[in-house]
Design a protein around this ligand. Structure first.
Ligand code: MN
Length: 230
């Protein structure tokens, strides 16, 4: 028994399964597409990826309608390819890493860009910009074997029916095995760990009432509708 009842973290639906995928942690890779790093005025670090995290409590499933978040006038979409782990990984090889992938999903790393920018300027953490309530959106997980090899699948995002992000997974600077090899040097990764692998170019602000629709070829889409601010 616990002292308080907390809101449950939703399991992520898995294609072909009746049981859902429980989420433990959410890791996000920064600047993993060169064209996006350039549009943000940043250099790409090809030596090693870097990360930030989002609270699992901020996970929402595709199809949600959420209020426009507080404290921002520059709420950005970031369409991402998400890796869901299904087995333990620590100091793994590339092959071991890929063998531990349970599946993949479409995700949105929604971002208070104004607050992230202020944090960068002041050399402060990104939490107010990135770890936003409802800002880790995820679609249905497709199992890795069904998805097949991560190669040059398209990754796209439309806002109100207008294409904003249009790239391929071949543009990932640090590919999935490289990220798993690197991240597993620092964490005991395992089932329930999601990794948002970064966003391609074309990020931008959305307004109250926006309808977002993201796709990666071979996966179920991710959809989000933003309502009015509270
Ligand atoms: Mn991102």
């Amino acid at each position: 028994m616990s002292l308080f009842d907390l809101p449950p973290i939703p399991d992520v639906p898995v294609k072909g399964e009746t049981e859902g995928y429980p989420v433990r942690r959410i890791f996000c890779v920064g600047r993993n597409y060169a064209a996006h790093a350039a549009e943000m005025g940043n250099e790409v670090d090809r030596e090693a990826p870097f990360y930030f995290t989002k609270s699992p409590a901020h996970l929402v499933l595709t199809g949600a309608t959420l209020p426009f978040p507080p404290g921002t006038e520059d709420y950005h979409h970031e369409m991402e390819f998400v890796v869901a782990l299904g087995a333990p990984l620590f100091r793994c090889s590339a092959d071991e890493g890929m063998a531990a992938v349970y599946g993949y999903a479409c995700g949105l790393d929604m971002t208070r860009r104004d607050l992230q920018g202020q944090a960068k300027d002041k050399r402060r953490p990104w939490d107010l910009g990135k770890d936003v309530e409802g800002a880790a959106v995820i679609g249905e997980i497709t199992k890795a074997a069904e998805f097949g090899t991560v190669s040059d699948q398209s990754i796209t995002l439309a806002v109100n029916g207008e294409m904003k992000q249009d790239a391929t997974l071949a543009e990932l600077i640090h590919d999935v095995p490289a990220v798993l090899v690197h991240l597993s040097r620092y964490y005991h990764l395992g089932p329930g760990d999601l990794i948002y692998t970064g966003t391609p170019a074309g990020v931008g602000a959305v307004q109250p009432g926006a309808v977002l629709h993201g796709e990666v070829a071979g996966l179920g889409p991710v959809d989000l509708t933003l309502g009015d601010p509270e």
